[in-house]
Design a protein around this ligand. Structure first.
Ligand SMILES: NC(=O)c1ccc[n+]([C@@H]2O[C@H](COP(=O)([O-])OP(=O)(O)OC[C@H]3O[C@@H](n4cnc5c(N)ncnc54)[C@H](OP(=O)(O)O)[C@@H]3O)[C@@H](O)[C@H]2O)c1
Length: 358
């Protein structure tokens, strides 16, 4: 059983892991603390970016000789494979560490198995310490790896009565400059930004991150247009040079029963291309289809203090006919952005709407 000192160290490792939230993608966030033989903190580390050193390696380097005979406390099972960096299990073993305390087990085929490898090398390994917290800090990545599709965040802007466009079709700038700046931060925190052909034809959005300071990885997310028949015009902004774009068509992905692009195939392909977090920017019909297929994990709603009465509803075609079937959210954050209110909620999964694998 983990000691009180190890629990405190795990809480610290979880804090360290969270620092990588904006930069570690497509890798998981990981934090590590090395305790010396007396239980004092000898080193700390967190995984900053893919291709960079892993948290355990940094913490061991910081601990130096004090790691020998000590304990590594780490939020995710140390990897046992050689990717862009060497296996962490070898670094842990070579440092002479006696015990390893892990929060969540790595579900990645090929990368997991680190705990068993360390046990086989004679170390004392304990997994499942503060698992709920470990799951939470990495929930996007863990969901992606377990389901074979990216974690999907659906973002929309609407009036207080849930309208995303007026009756005459005007929809730009429903939300405030503060909300729009926040949207760019959401894009920067995603591997892919998805829009439907309807939105691209109506609004010609660029779908890029335009505030470079807010793009910690320095990488533009992949722009994805879900466009069954490939109607995106040659001169559309999404086709410019500022970022990579994928016009995802039925010819490539097949169709769903309604004759539109198969969304499960779309997400499978995005995962294969390395996406672990995808931002769905609508519009209403595509968002409705994602919800209906159970493929929305998180919702970010920007609500402007205006009322339209008529116009396009924020989401359409969900297939919900009665209140009991409504998609329920667990609200995780509510804040003011200029005149608007931003609500962030997580799709509440019930036994009949579990997280969908694709
Ligand atoms: N306020 C906001 O946050 C916001 C955000 C986005 C858009 N909008 C507004 O929404 C309006 C456009 O609405 P919209 O509903 O037409 O846009 P949309 O949801 O972006 O596009 C819908 C189109 O996506 C295509 N599609 C491809 N695969 C699909 C699938 N599996 N399921 C459903 N659709 C699929 C369909 O056309 P094909 O099958 O022919 O490809 C469908 O007609 C614009 O006025 C825009 O300004 C507002």
């Amino acid at each position: 059983m983990a000691s009180p000192t190890e629990i405190v160290a795990m809480r610290r490792a979880l804090e360290l892991a969270a620092r990588g939230a904006a930069t570690a993608r497509p890798n998981p966030v990981v934090g590590a603390v090395v305790l010396d033989t007396s239980g004092a903190v000898a080193g700390e580390g967190w995984h900053q970016q893919a291709g960079g050193p892993h948290a355990e390696v940094l913490a061991l380097a910081a601990a130096g000789d004090r790691a020998a005979g000590g304990t590594v406390v780490v939020t995710l099972e140390p990897c046992s494979h050689t990717g862009r960096t060497g296996p962490c299990t070898v670094a842990v073993r070579d440092a002479g560490v006696r015990r390893v305390v892990v929060s969540t087990v790595d579900p990645t085929p090929g990368a997991g198995g680190g705990a068993d490898a360390l046990r086989a090398a004679g170390l004392d390994v304990e997994t499942g310490v503060l698992t709920a917290e470990g799951e939470r800090v990495n929930r996007r990545w863990l969901t992606a790896v377990r389901t074979g599709r990216p974690w999907v965040v659906w973002k929309f802007a609407a009036t207080l009565d849930g309208r995303s466009a007026a009756a005459d079709g005007t929809s730009r700038w429903i939300s405030s400059p503060e909300s729009r700046a926040d949207t760019h931060a959401l894009r920067a925190a995603s591997d892919a930004v998805i829009a439907g052909s309807g939105t691209v034809l109506a609004d010609d959005p660029a779908l890029t991150v335009r505030d470079a300071a807010g793009m910690p990885t320095g990488r533009q997310p992949l722009r994805v247009v879900v466009d069954t028949h490939g109607r995106t015009p040659a001169g559309a902004k999404v086709r410019d040079e500022t970022a990579d774009t994928w016009i995802a068509t039925a010819a490539e992905l097949g169709t769903d029963p309604c004759g539109h692009v198969d969304l499960s195939a779309l997400l499978r392909e995005l995962f294969a291309r390395g996406s672990r977090v995808a931002l769905l920017e609508g519009g209403p019909r595509l968002a409705g289809a994602f919800l209906r297929a159970g493929l929305v994990d998180e919702v970010v709603a920007y609500l402007a203090p205006t009322l339209l009465g008529d116009g396009l509803s924020a989401v359409a075609g969900t297939g919900v006919a009665t209140l009991g079937d409504a998609f329920a959210l667990d609200i995780e954050d509510v804040r003011r952005l200029g005149p608007d209110v931003r609500i962030t909620g997580r799709h509440r999964r019930t036994p009949s709407s579990t997280i969908v694998e694709v």
